[in-house]
Design a protein around this ligand. Structure first.
Ligand SMILES: NC(=O)C1=CN([C@@H]2O[C@H](COP(=O)(O)OP(=O)(O)OC[C@H]3O[C@@H](n4cnc5c(N)ncnc54)[C@H](OP(=O)(O)O)[C@@H]3O)[C@@H](O)[C@H]2O)C=CC1
Ligand SMILES: O=C1O[C@H](COP(=O)(O)O)[C@@H](O)[C@H](O)[C@H]1O
Length: 514
Protein backbone atom coordinates (compact mmCIF):
# COMPACT_ATOMS: atom_id res chain seq x y z
CA UNK A 1 0.00 0.00 0.00
CA UNK A 2 1.32 3.45 -0.87
CA UNK A 3 1.67 6.20 1.71
CA UNK A 4 -1.45 7.96 0.43
CA UNK A 5 -3.43 4.89 1.45
CA UNK A 6 -3.94 3.67 -2.11
CA UNK A 7 -3.08 0.21 -3.27
CA UNK A 8 -1.46 -0.37 -6.57
CA UNK A 9 -0.17 -3.32 -8.46
CA UNK A 10 3.29 -2.72 -9.79
CA UNK A 11 4.24 -3.72 -13.27
CA UNK A 12 7.24 -5.81 -12.53
CA UNK A 13 9.31 -8.60 -13.88
CA UNK A 14 8.91 -11.98 -12.29
CA UNK A 15 10.90 -11.73 -9.11
CA UNK A 16 13.12 -14.26 -7.48
CA UNK A 17 11.41 -15.18 -4.28
CA UNK A 18 12.19 -16.52 -0.90
CA UNK A 19 8.96 -18.37 -0.20
CA UNK A 20 9.06 -21.35 2.04
CA UNK A 21 7.85 -24.57 0.44
CA UNK A 22 9.85 -24.38 -2.78
CA UNK A 23 11.31 -27.54 -4.25
CA UNK A 24 14.69 -26.38 -3.16
CA UNK A 25 15.72 -23.34 -1.21
CA UNK A 26 18.28 -20.73 -2.27
CA UNK A 27 18.04 -21.54 -5.94
CA UNK A 28 18.22 -18.70 -8.39
CA UNK A 29 15.44 -19.10 -10.93
CA UNK A 30 16.92 -18.11 -14.22
CA UNK A 31 15.54 -20.74 -16.56
CA UNK A 32 12.67 -19.99 -18.86
CA UNK A 33 9.19 -20.98 -17.88
CA UNK A 34 6.80 -23.25 -19.79
CA UNK A 35 3.21 -23.43 -18.61
CA UNK A 36 1.37 -26.39 -20.05
CA UNK A 37 -2.41 -26.45 -19.81
CA UNK A 38 -3.61 -30.02 -20.26
CA UNK A 39 -7.28 -30.15 -21.19
CA UNK A 40 -6.84 -26.86 -23.06
CA UNK A 41 -10.00 -27.46 -25.09
CA UNK A 42 -12.13 -27.58 -21.93
CA UNK A 43 -14.34 -25.34 -19.86
CA UNK A 44 -12.03 -24.60 -16.95
CA UNK A 45 -9.12 -23.81 -19.26
CA UNK A 46 -10.99 -21.22 -21.27
CA UNK A 47 -12.97 -19.70 -18.42
CA UNK A 48 -10.36 -19.64 -15.66
CA UNK A 49 -6.86 -20.86 -16.52
CA UNK A 50 -6.08 -18.84 -19.63
CA UNK A 51 -7.78 -15.66 -18.31
CA UNK A 52 -5.73 -15.96 -15.11
CA UNK A 53 -2.54 -16.34 -17.15
CA UNK A 54 -3.55 -13.27 -19.15
CA UNK A 55 -3.95 -11.24 -15.97
CA UNK A 56 -0.54 -12.37 -14.78
CA UNK A 57 0.91 -11.45 -18.14
CA UNK A 58 -0.68 -8.00 -18.02
CA UNK A 59 0.88 -7.33 -14.63
CA UNK A 60 4.32 -8.32 -15.79
CA UNK A 61 4.54 -11.63 -13.95
CA UNK A 62 4.86 -13.53 -17.21
CA UNK A 63 7.44 -11.99 -19.49
CA UNK A 64 7.44 -12.28 -23.28
CA UNK A 65 11.13 -13.12 -23.37
CA UNK A 66 10.89 -15.82 -20.75
CA UNK A 67 7.55 -17.62 -20.82
CA UNK A 68 5.75 -19.86 -23.23
CA UNK A 69 2.32 -21.37 -22.79
CA UNK A 70 1.29 -24.69 -24.30
CA UNK A 71 -2.21 -26.06 -24.65
CA UNK A 72 -2.61 -29.81 -24.88
CA UNK A 73 -5.68 -31.97 -25.39
CA UNK A 74 -7.11 -34.56 -27.75
CA UNK A 75 -9.22 -32.20 -29.86
CA UNK A 76 -7.54 -31.35 -33.14
CA UNK A 77 -6.98 -27.61 -33.17
CA UNK A 78 -4.49 -25.27 -34.77
CA UNK A 79 -2.68 -22.70 -32.62
CA UNK A 80 -5.00 -20.03 -33.98
CA UNK A 81 -8.13 -22.04 -33.33
CA UNK A 82 -7.15 -22.41 -29.69
CA UNK A 83 -6.35 -18.68 -29.51
CA UNK A 84 -9.76 -17.86 -30.99
CA UNK A 85 -11.48 -20.00 -28.38
CA UNK A 86 -9.64 -18.26 -25.60
CA UNK A 87 -9.84 -14.67 -26.89
CA UNK A 88 -13.49 -14.13 -25.95
CA UNK A 89 -12.90 -15.09 -22.32
CA UNK A 90 -9.95 -12.78 -21.63
CA UNK A 91 -10.86 -10.12 -19.07
CA UNK A 92 -10.51 -6.88 -20.98
CA UNK A 93 -10.45 -3.58 -19.18
CA UNK A 94 -9.04 -0.63 -21.04
CA UNK A 95 -6.95 -3.14 -22.86
CA UNK A 96 -4.49 -2.24 -25.52
CA UNK A 97 -5.18 -4.66 -28.38
CA UNK A 98 -1.50 -5.41 -28.70
CA UNK A 99 -1.54 -6.78 -25.12
CA UNK A 100 -4.11 -9.38 -26.11
CA UNK A 101 -2.39 -10.40 -29.32
CA UNK A 102 1.05 -10.52 -27.69
CA UNK A 103 -0.36 -12.74 -25.00
CA UNK A 104 -2.11 -15.02 -27.47
CA UNK A 105 1.10 -15.33 -29.48
CA UNK A 106 2.68 -16.90 -26.40
CA UNK A 107 0.34 -19.86 -26.76
CA UNK A 108 1.06 -22.93 -28.85
CA UNK A 109 -1.14 -25.98 -29.15
CA UNK A 110 -0.23 -29.66 -29.29
CA UNK A 111 -2.86 -32.32 -29.76
CA UNK A 112 -2.47 -35.83 -28.41
CA UNK A 113 -4.02 -38.52 -26.28
CA UNK A 114 -3.69 -38.78 -22.51
CA UNK A 115 -2.54 -42.36 -22.31
CA UNK A 116 0.12 -42.89 -24.98
CA UNK A 117 3.59 -41.38 -25.29
CA UNK A 118 3.45 -39.98 -28.86
CA UNK A 119 1.56 -36.79 -28.04
CA UNK A 120 3.59 -36.19 -24.89
CA UNK A 121 6.84 -36.71 -26.79
CA UNK A 122 5.70 -34.12 -29.28
CA UNK A 123 4.79 -31.82 -26.40
CA UNK A 124 8.21 -32.35 -24.84
CA UNK A 125 9.84 -31.52 -28.16
CA UNK A 126 7.86 -28.29 -28.43
CA UNK A 127 8.77 -27.31 -24.86
CA UNK A 128 12.45 -28.13 -25.42
CA UNK A 129 12.51 -26.07 -28.62
CA UNK A 130 11.16 -23.14 -26.68
CA UNK A 131 13.77 -23.64 -23.95
CA UNK A 132 16.59 -23.87 -26.49
CA UNK A 133 15.36 -20.76 -28.29
CA UNK A 134 15.72 -18.90 -25.01
CA UNK A 135 19.31 -20.16 -24.61
CA UNK A 136 18.36 -21.76 -21.32
CA UNK A 137 20.79 -24.24 -19.88
CA UNK A 138 19.31 -27.69 -19.98
CA UNK A 139 17.97 -28.53 -16.55
CA UNK A 140 17.54 -24.94 -15.45
CA UNK A 141 14.10 -24.60 -16.99
CA UNK A 142 10.78 -24.53 -15.21
CA UNK A 143 7.87 -26.64 -16.37
CA UNK A 144 4.43 -26.16 -14.87
CA UNK A 145 1.77 -28.70 -15.88
CA UNK A 146 -1.78 -27.60 -15.13
CA UNK A 147 -4.20 -30.53 -15.28
CA UNK A 148 -7.48 -28.90 -16.33
CA UNK A 149 -8.83 -32.40 -16.83
CA UNK A 150 -11.28 -34.83 -15.29
CA UNK A 151 -9.54 -36.53 -12.34
CA UNK A 152 -10.14 -39.95 -13.94
CA UNK A 153 -7.22 -39.24 -16.28
CA UNK A 154 -4.81 -37.81 -13.69
CA UNK A 155 -2.87 -41.06 -13.11
CA UNK A 156 -2.22 -41.76 -16.78
CA UNK A 157 -1.39 -38.13 -17.55
CA UNK A 158 1.02 -37.96 -14.61
CA UNK A 159 2.71 -41.14 -15.84
CA UNK A 160 3.14 -39.62 -19.29
CA UNK A 161 4.53 -36.37 -17.89
CA UNK A 162 6.94 -38.34 -15.74
CA UNK A 163 8.16 -40.52 -18.58
CA UNK A 164 8.21 -37.96 -21.42
CA UNK A 165 8.16 -34.37 -20.23
CA UNK A 166 10.26 -33.80 -17.14
CA UNK A 167 12.79 -31.04 -16.80
CA UNK A 168 15.95 -32.82 -17.88
CA UNK A 169 18.34 -32.30 -14.99
CA UNK A 170 18.45 -30.61 -11.66
CA UNK A 171 20.21 -27.36 -12.35
CA UNK A 172 17.77 -25.21 -10.48
CA UNK A 173 14.88 -25.98 -12.78
CA UNK A 174 11.77 -27.84 -11.74
CA UNK A 175 8.67 -29.72 -12.87
CA UNK A 176 5.44 -29.09 -10.99
CA UNK A 177 1.92 -30.30 -11.51
CA UNK A 178 -1.32 -28.61 -10.56
CA UNK A 179 -4.35 -30.82 -10.01
CA UNK A 180 -7.94 -29.69 -9.74
CA UNK A 181 -10.72 -30.84 -7.50
CA UNK A 182 -12.57 -33.16 -7.08
CA UNK A 183 -9.62 -35.11 -5.79
CA UNK A 184 -11.28 -38.48 -5.20
CA UNK A 185 -14.85 -39.38 -4.27
CA UNK A 186 -14.18 -40.70 -0.80
CA UNK A 187 -11.31 -41.59 1.50
CA UNK A 188 -10.32 -44.78 -0.35
CA UNK A 189 -10.41 -43.30 -3.85
CA UNK A 190 -8.59 -40.13 -2.78
CA UNK A 191 -5.89 -42.16 -1.07
CA UNK A 192 -5.53 -44.35 -4.15
CA UNK A 193 -5.17 -41.28 -6.37
CA UNK A 194 -2.70 -39.74 -3.92
CA UNK A 195 -0.65 -42.94 -3.91
CA UNK A 196 -0.63 -43.14 -7.72
CA UNK A 197 0.51 -39.55 -8.12
CA UNK A 198 2.77 -39.79 -5.07
CA UNK A 199 4.75 -42.59 -6.73
CA UNK A 200 5.60 -40.24 -9.57
CA UNK A 201 6.00 -36.85 -7.90
CA UNK A 202 7.14 -35.61 -4.51
CA UNK A 203 4.73 -33.63 -2.38
CA UNK A 204 6.55 -30.29 -3.06
CA UNK A 205 5.91 -30.85 -6.77
CA UNK A 206 2.16 -31.40 -6.35
CA UNK A 207 -0.22 -28.44 -6.10
CA UNK A 208 -3.78 -29.49 -5.20
CA UNK A 209 -5.65 -26.37 -6.10
CA UNK A 210 -8.77 -25.20 -4.28
CA UNK A 211 -9.73 -21.84 -5.69
CA UNK A 212 -11.45 -20.72 -2.47
CA UNK A 213 -7.99 -20.46 -0.94
CA UNK A 214 -7.21 -17.79 -3.53
CA UNK A 215 -10.13 -15.54 -2.62
CA UNK A 216 -9.17 -12.21 -1.08
CA UNK A 217 -11.13 -12.58 2.12
CA UNK A 218 -10.17 -16.18 2.62
CA UNK A 219 -6.55 -15.07 2.39
CA UNK A 220 -7.37 -12.39 4.95
CA UNK A 221 -8.57 -14.82 7.59
CA UNK A 222 -5.28 -15.55 9.30
CA UNK A 223 -4.37 -11.87 9.34
CA UNK A 224 -7.72 -10.96 10.86
CA UNK A 225 -7.50 -13.63 13.48
CA UNK A 226 -3.88 -13.39 14.49
CA UNK A 227 -2.89 -9.79 13.80
CA UNK A 228 -5.72 -8.18 15.78
CA UNK A 229 -5.43 -8.13 19.52
CA UNK A 230 -9.13 -7.78 20.14
CA UNK A 231 -10.04 -11.07 18.50
CA UNK A 232 -7.50 -13.15 20.39
CA UNK A 233 -9.32 -13.40 23.75
CA UNK A 234 -12.77 -13.70 22.13
CA UNK A 235 -12.14 -16.46 19.61
CA UNK A 236 -13.24 -19.43 21.68
CA UNK A 237 -16.08 -21.37 23.30
CA UNK A 238 -16.39 -18.87 26.16
CA UNK A 239 -17.58 -16.14 23.81
CA UNK A 240 -18.68 -17.65 20.54
CA UNK A 241 -22.08 -19.33 20.39
CA UNK A 242 -21.88 -20.72 16.86
CA UNK A 243 -20.18 -20.25 13.51
CA UNK A 244 -21.84 -20.50 10.11
CA UNK A 245 -19.95 -20.96 6.87
CA UNK A 246 -22.37 -20.54 4.01
CA UNK A 247 -22.27 -20.93 0.25
CA UNK A 248 -25.36 -20.16 -1.82
CA UNK A 249 -25.85 -20.09 -5.54
CA UNK A 250 -28.94 -18.76 -7.27
CA UNK A 251 -28.57 -21.10 -10.24
CA UNK A 252 -28.83 -24.84 -10.57
CA UNK A 253 -26.63 -27.48 -12.12
CA UNK A 254 -27.83 -26.89 -15.68
CA UNK A 255 -25.21 -27.99 -18.18
CA UNK A 256 -23.20 -29.80 -15.49
CA UNK A 257 -25.82 -32.25 -14.27
CA UNK A 258 -23.89 -35.32 -15.42
CA UNK A 259 -20.80 -34.31 -13.44
CA UNK A 260 -22.72 -32.95 -10.47
CA UNK A 261 -24.91 -35.99 -10.00
CA UNK A 262 -21.89 -38.19 -9.39
CA UNK A 263 -20.60 -35.84 -6.71
CA UNK A 264 -23.35 -33.83 -5.03
CA UNK A 265 -23.06 -30.67 -3.00
CA UNK A 266 -20.99 -32.14 -0.16
CA UNK A 267 -18.19 -33.31 -2.47
CA UNK A 268 -18.53 -30.30 -4.80
CA UNK A 269 -18.45 -27.54 -2.19
CA UNK A 270 -18.48 -28.58 1.46
CA UNK A 271 -15.68 -31.16 1.67
CA UNK A 272 -13.27 -28.81 -0.06
CA UNK A 273 -14.19 -25.12 -0.27
CA UNK A 274 -16.13 -24.73 2.98
CA UNK A 275 -13.88 -27.08 4.88
CA UNK A 276 -10.80 -25.05 3.95
CA UNK A 277 -12.54 -21.93 5.22
CA UNK A 278 -13.52 -23.85 8.36
CA UNK A 279 -9.86 -24.76 8.96
CA UNK A 280 -8.75 -21.15 8.76
CA UNK A 281 -11.49 -20.05 11.15
CA UNK A 282 -10.93 -22.81 13.68
CA UNK A 283 -7.23 -23.75 13.61
CA UNK A 284 -4.73 -22.73 16.25
CA UNK A 285 -2.12 -20.08 15.55
CA UNK A 286 0.68 -21.53 13.43
CA UNK A 287 4.27 -21.19 14.60
CA UNK A 288 4.91 -18.96 11.59
CA UNK A 289 3.40 -18.16 8.23
CA UNK A 290 5.48 -20.87 6.58
CA UNK A 291 3.23 -23.13 4.48
CA UNK A 292 4.09 -26.27 6.41
CA UNK A 293 3.36 -24.64 9.74
CA UNK A 294 -0.03 -23.47 8.52
CA UNK A 295 -0.88 -26.80 6.99
CA UNK A 296 0.18 -28.63 10.16
CA UNK A 297 -2.40 -26.63 12.11
CA UNK A 298 -5.08 -27.28 9.52
CA UNK A 299 -4.50 -31.00 9.75
CA UNK A 300 -4.69 -30.86 13.56
CA UNK A 301 -8.05 -29.15 13.61
CA UNK A 302 -9.44 -31.51 10.96
CA UNK A 303 -8.30 -34.46 13.03
CA UNK A 304 -10.15 -33.02 16.02
CA UNK A 305 -13.53 -33.03 14.29
CA UNK A 306 -16.05 -35.53 15.69
CA UNK A 307 -18.05 -37.88 13.45
CA UNK A 308 -21.00 -36.15 11.83
CA UNK A 309 -24.30 -37.42 13.18
CA UNK A 310 -27.38 -37.89 10.98
CA UNK A 311 -29.52 -35.74 13.33
CA UNK A 312 -27.22 -32.83 12.50
CA UNK A 313 -27.57 -33.11 8.74
CA UNK A 314 -30.31 -31.77 6.47
CA UNK A 315 -30.06 -32.58 2.78
CA UNK A 316 -32.11 -31.13 -0.02
CA UNK A 317 -32.63 -31.52 -3.73
CA UNK A 318 -34.28 -28.73 -5.70
CA UNK A 319 -37.43 -29.48 -7.62
CA UNK A 320 -36.65 -29.77 -11.31
CA UNK A 321 -33.08 -31.04 -10.75
CA UNK A 322 -34.01 -34.40 -12.27
CA UNK A 323 -35.50 -32.77 -15.38
CA UNK A 324 -31.94 -32.51 -16.68
CA UNK A 325 -31.57 -35.42 -19.14
CA UNK A 326 -28.07 -36.16 -17.78
CA UNK A 327 -29.45 -36.73 -14.27
CA UNK A 328 -31.01 -40.15 -13.50
CA UNK A 329 -34.71 -40.09 -12.62
CA UNK A 330 -34.07 -41.78 -9.28
CA UNK A 331 -31.14 -39.55 -8.28
CA UNK A 332 -30.56 -39.28 -4.52
CA UNK A 333 -27.89 -36.61 -4.99
CA UNK A 334 -28.18 -33.61 -2.67
CA UNK A 335 -27.98 -30.15 -4.23
CA UNK A 336 -28.27 -28.64 -0.75
CA UNK A 337 -26.82 -29.57 2.61
CA UNK A 338 -26.64 -28.06 6.06
CA UNK A 339 -24.53 -30.00 8.51
CA UNK A 340 -22.82 -29.42 11.80
CA UNK A 341 -19.17 -30.05 12.56
CA UNK A 342 -18.10 -30.25 16.18
CA UNK A 343 -14.51 -29.91 17.27
CA UNK A 344 -13.27 -31.86 20.22
CA UNK A 345 -10.66 -29.53 21.64
CA UNK A 346 -10.14 -26.99 24.37
CA UNK A 347 -11.01 -23.98 22.23
CA UNK A 348 -14.16 -25.20 20.54
CA UNK A 349 -15.84 -27.96 22.56
CA UNK A 350 -19.60 -27.33 22.37
CA UNK A 351 -19.50 -24.74 19.57
CA UNK A 352 -21.39 -25.86 16.47
CA UNK A 353 -19.79 -25.04 13.13
CA UNK A 354 -22.69 -24.99 10.72
CA UNK A 355 -21.67 -25.60 7.12
CA UNK A 356 -24.33 -24.84 4.57
CA UNK A 357 -24.20 -25.01 0.77
CA UNK A 358 -26.89 -25.03 -1.86
CA UNK A 359 -27.62 -24.66 -5.54
CA UNK A 360 -30.69 -22.95 -7.02
CA UNK A 361 -31.37 -20.90 -3.89
CA UNK A 362 -32.73 -17.39 -3.55
CA UNK A 363 -29.36 -15.62 -3.62
CA UNK A 364 -25.70 -15.98 -4.47
CA UNK A 365 -23.28 -15.40 -1.64
CA UNK A 366 -20.57 -16.94 0.46
CA UNK A 367 -19.90 -15.79 3.98
CA UNK A 368 -18.66 -16.66 7.44
CA UNK A 369 -20.88 -15.62 10.32
CA UNK A 370 -19.47 -15.80 13.83
CA UNK A 371 -22.24 -15.34 16.37
CA UNK A 372 -21.30 -14.34 19.90
CA UNK A 373 -23.07 -15.36 23.08
CA UNK A 374 -25.55 -13.08 24.86
CA UNK A 375 -24.18 -10.39 27.14
CA UNK A 376 -24.36 -11.60 30.76
CA UNK A 377 -26.29 -9.27 33.10
CA UNK A 378 -27.96 -7.51 30.20
CA UNK A 379 -29.20 -4.19 31.61
CA UNK A 380 -30.20 -2.86 28.17
CA UNK A 381 -32.23 -5.92 27.17
CA UNK A 382 -29.83 -6.22 24.23
CA UNK A 383 -30.70 -9.81 23.54
CA UNK A 384 -33.98 -8.57 22.16
CA UNK A 385 -32.01 -6.64 19.55
CA UNK A 386 -29.97 -9.62 18.50
CA UNK A 387 -26.52 -10.91 19.21
CA UNK A 388 -23.14 -9.54 18.19
CA UNK A 389 -22.00 -11.08 14.96
CA UNK A 390 -18.77 -10.84 13.07
CA UNK A 391 -19.42 -11.42 9.39
CA UNK A 392 -16.91 -11.96 6.63
CA UNK A 393 -18.56 -11.70 3.25
CA UNK A 394 -16.39 -13.63 0.82
CA UNK A 395 -18.51 -12.78 -2.21
CA UNK A 396 -20.10 -10.92 -3.83
CA UNK A 397 -19.27 -7.41 -2.52
CA UNK A 398 -16.40 -8.44 -0.26
CA UNK A 399 -16.87 -7.01 3.20
CA UNK A 400 -16.11 -7.47 6.86
CA UNK A 401 -18.70 -6.15 9.25
CA UNK A 402 -19.51 -6.43 12.88
CA UNK A 403 -23.08 -6.34 14.05
CA UNK A 404 -23.30 -4.63 17.38
CA UNK A 405 -25.76 -2.94 19.66
CA UNK A 406 -25.62 0.84 19.97
CA UNK A 407 -27.78 3.59 21.40
CA UNK A 408 -30.30 4.62 18.82
CA UNK A 409 -29.53 8.28 17.99
CA UNK A 410 -32.09 10.59 19.54
CA UNK A 411 -33.48 11.68 22.86
CA UNK A 412 -34.52 8.28 24.05
CA UNK A 413 -32.19 5.71 25.57
CA UNK A 414 -33.05 2.88 23.22
CA UNK A 415 -30.72 0.18 21.99
CA UNK A 416 -30.58 -0.78 18.32
CA UNK A 417 -28.58 -3.02 16.02
CA UNK A 418 -26.00 -1.38 13.83
CA UNK A 419 -22.66 -2.32 12.32
CA UNK A 420 -19.03 -1.44 11.92
CA UNK A 421 -18.54 -1.91 8.25
CA UNK A 422 -15.47 -2.48 6.13
CA UNK A 423 -16.88 -2.81 2.65
CA UNK A 424 -14.05 -3.34 0.25
CA UNK A 425 -15.56 -1.56 -2.74
CA UNK A 426 -15.94 1.57 -0.66
CA UNK A 427 -12.77 1.39 1.40
CA UNK A 428 -10.41 0.28 -1.38
CA UNK A 429 -11.78 2.24 -4.30
CA UNK A 430 -10.00 1.67 -7.56
CA UNK A 431 -8.26 -1.48 -6.31
CA UNK A 432 -8.86 -4.50 -8.47
CA UNK A 433 -9.10 -7.60 -6.33
CA UNK A 434 -7.15 -10.35 -8.06
CA UNK A 435 -8.98 -13.42 -9.29
CA UNK A 436 -8.43 -16.50 -7.15
CA UNK A 437 -6.87 -18.51 -9.99
CA UNK A 438 -4.50 -15.69 -10.85
CA UNK A 439 -3.09 -15.63 -7.33
CA UNK A 440 -2.85 -19.37 -7.04
CA UNK A 441 -1.14 -19.89 -10.38
CA UNK A 442 1.39 -17.25 -9.37
CA UNK A 443 2.00 -19.22 -6.16
CA UNK A 444 2.66 -22.39 -8.15
CA UNK A 445 5.28 -20.54 -10.18
CA UNK A 446 6.84 -19.14 -7.02
CA UNK A 447 6.77 -22.52 -5.33
CA UNK A 448 4.59 -21.37 -2.46
CA UNK A 449 2.32 -24.17 -1.26
CA UNK A 450 0.61 -22.28 1.55
CA UNK A 451 -2.69 -22.07 -0.30
CA UNK A 452 -2.68 -25.63 -1.61
CA UNK A 453 -3.97 -28.75 0.03
CA UNK A 454 -1.40 -31.16 1.43
CA UNK A 455 -1.91 -34.91 1.13
CA UNK A 456 -2.51 -35.52 4.84
CA UNK A 457 -4.91 -32.58 4.94
CA UNK A 458 -6.91 -34.07 2.11
CA UNK A 459 -6.99 -37.42 3.87
CA UNK A 460 -8.23 -35.84 7.09
CA UNK A 461 -10.91 -33.98 5.11
CA UNK A 462 -12.19 -37.17 3.51
CA UNK A 463 -12.16 -38.95 6.87
CA UNK A 464 -14.72 -36.48 8.16
CA UNK A 465 -17.18 -36.85 5.31
CA UNK A 466 -16.76 -40.37 3.95
CA UNK A 467 -19.10 -42.20 6.38
CA UNK A 468 -21.92 -39.70 5.71
CA UNK A 469 -21.28 -39.75 1.95
CA UNK A 470 -21.48 -43.54 1.91
CA UNK A 471 -24.78 -43.43 3.76
CA UNK A 472 -26.10 -40.95 1.19
CA UNK A 473 -24.77 -43.06 -1.71
CA UNK A 474 -26.55 -46.08 -0.22
CA UNK A 475 -29.80 -44.10 -0.04
CA UNK A 476 -29.85 -44.28 3.77
CA UNK A 477 -29.97 -40.50 4.12
CA UNK A 478 -32.32 -38.80 1.69
CA UNK A 479 -32.56 -35.25 0.44
CA UNK A 480 -35.75 -33.28 1.04
CA UNK A 481 -37.31 -31.49 -1.92
CA UNK A 482 -37.08 -27.70 -1.98
CA UNK A 483 -38.38 -25.10 -4.35
CA UNK A 484 -35.98 -23.51 -6.80
CA UNK A 485 -35.24 -19.95 -5.69
CA UNK A 486 -36.09 -20.65 -2.04
CA UNK A 487 -33.91 -20.76 1.11
CA UNK A 488 -33.70 -24.54 0.86
CA UNK A 489 -35.65 -26.98 3.04
CA UNK A 490 -37.25 -25.37 6.11
CA UNK A 491 -35.74 -28.21 8.18
CA UNK A 492 -32.32 -26.60 7.64
CA UNK A 493 -33.46 -23.47 9.46
CA UNK A 494 -34.87 -25.63 12.27
CA UNK A 495 -31.48 -27.34 12.58
CA UNK A 496 -29.82 -23.94 12.85
CA UNK A 497 -32.19 -22.93 15.62
CA UNK A 498 -31.61 -26.21 17.40
CA UNK A 499 -27.89 -25.61 17.20
CA UNK A 500 -28.39 -22.31 19.03
CA UNK A 501 -28.28 -19.81 16.21
CA UNK A 502 -30.40 -16.78 17.07
CA UNK A 503 -31.61 -14.86 14.08
CA UNK A 504 -31.90 -11.10 14.34
CA UNK A 505 -35.30 -10.20 13.03
CA UNK A 506 -35.89 -6.90 11.30
CA UNK A 507 -32.21 -6.24 10.67
CA UNK A 508 -30.55 -6.48 7.31
CA UNK A 509 -27.09 -5.40 6.30
CA UNK A 510 -27.09 -3.32 3.15
CA UNK A 511 -23.73 -2.97 1.42
CA UNK A 512 -22.94 0.76 1.28
CA UNK A 513 -23.03 2.40 -2.11
CA UNK A 514 -20.43 4.89 -3.30
N1 LIG B 1 -15.24 -25.85 -15.16
C1 LIG B 1 -15.13 -25.28 -13.98
O1 LIG B 1 -15.61 -24.18 -13.74
C2 LIG B 1 -14.38 -25.98 -12.88
C3 LIG B 1 -13.72 -27.17 -13.11
N2 LIG B 1 -13.00 -27.77 -12.11
C4 LIG B 1 -12.26 -28.99 -12.35
O2 LIG B 1 -11.32 -28.79 -13.39
C5 LIG B 1 -11.17 -29.95 -14.16
C6 LIG B 1 -11.51 -29.64 -15.61
O3 LIG B 1 -12.84 -29.16 -15.65
P1 LIG B 1 -13.57 -28.76 -17.01
O4 LIG B 1 -12.66 -27.96 -17.85
O5 LIG B 1 -14.88 -28.23 -16.64
O6 LIG B 1 -13.76 -30.17 -17.70
P2 LIG B 1 -14.15 -30.52 -19.17
O7 LIG B 1 -15.24 -31.53 -19.11
O8 LIG B 1 -14.36 -29.32 -20.01
O9 LIG B 1 -12.84 -31.32 -19.64
C7 LIG B 1 -11.61 -30.70 -19.97
C8 LIG B 1 -11.01 -31.40 -21.18
O10 LIG B 1 -10.69 -32.73 -20.82
C9 LIG B 1 -10.91 -33.61 -21.89
N3 LIG B 1 -11.85 -34.65 -21.42
C10 LIG B 1 -13.13 -34.51 -21.05
N4 LIG B 1 -13.65 -35.69 -20.65
C11 LIG B 1 -12.66 -36.59 -20.76
C12 LIG B 1 -12.56 -37.98 -20.49
N5 LIG B 1 -13.58 -38.67 -20.01
N6 LIG B 1 -11.39 -38.59 -20.71
C13 LIG B 1 -10.34 -37.88 -21.17
N7 LIG B 1 -10.39 -36.58 -21.45
C14 LIG B 1 -11.52 -35.94 -21.24
C15 LIG B 1 -11.54 -32.79 -23.01
O11 LIG B 1 -10.51 -32.47 -23.92
P3 LIG B 1 -10.20 -33.31 -25.23
O12 LIG B 1 -11.37 -34.18 -25.50
O13 LIG B 1 -9.95 -32.27 -26.25
O14 LIG B 1 -8.97 -34.05 -24.85
C16 LIG B 1 -12.00 -31.53 -22.34
O15 LIG B 1 -11.94 -30.42 -23.18
C17 LIG B 1 -12.08 -30.99 -13.52
O16 LIG B 1 -11.33 -31.70 -12.59
C18 LIG B 1 -13.12 -30.14 -12.83
O17 LIG B 1 -13.74 -30.80 -11.79
C19 LIG B 1 -12.89 -27.19 -10.88
C20 LIG B 1 -13.53 -26.02 -10.59
C21 LIG B 1 -14.35 -25.33 -11.54
O1 LIG C 1 -15.70 -25.52 -7.52
C1 LIG C 1 -16.80 -25.06 -7.73
O2 LIG C 1 -17.04 -23.77 -7.46
C2 LIG C 1 -18.10 -23.08 -8.09
C3 LIG C 1 -18.31 -21.80 -7.29
O3 LIG C 1 -17.16 -21.01 -7.35
P1 LIG C 1 -17.27 -19.46 -7.03
O4 LIG C 1 -15.87 -18.99 -7.02
O5 LIG C 1 -18.11 -18.86 -8.11
O6 LIG C 1 -17.95 -19.33 -5.71
C4 LIG C 1 -19.36 -23.90 -8.12
O7 LIG C 1 -20.33 -23.25 -8.93
C5 LIG C 1 -19.07 -25.25 -8.72
O8 LIG C 1 -20.24 -26.07 -8.59
C6 LIG C 1 -17.93 -25.93 -8.01
O9 LIG C 1 -17.54 -27.08 -8.75
Amino acid sequence: MAENGEWHCEKRPFSKNVSFGRDSENVTETGCLSIIVLGASGDLAKKKTFPALFNLYKQGFLQLNDVHIFGYSRTKLSDDELRDRIRGYLPLGNEVTSNVSNFLQLIKYVSGSYDSPEGFQELDKAISEHEISKNSTEGSCRRLFYLALPPSVYPQVCKMIKSCCMNKADLGGWTRIVVEKPFGKDLASAEKLSAQIGELFNEPQIYRINHYLGKELVQNLLVLRFANRFFLPLWNRDNIANVQIVFREDFGTEGRGGYFDQYGIIRDIIQNHLLQVFCLVAMEKPISMKPEHIRDEKVKVLQSVNSIIDEEVVLGQYQGYKDDPTVPDDSNTPTFATLILRIHNERWEGVPFILKAGKALNSRKAEIRVQFKDVPGDIFKCSKQGRNEFVIRLQPSEAIYMKLTVKKPGLEMTAAQSELDLSYRQRYQGIAIPEAYERLILDTIKGDQQHFVRRDELKAAWEIFTPLLHRIDEGEVKPLPYEKGSRGPAEADHLLEKAGYVQTHGYIWIPPTL
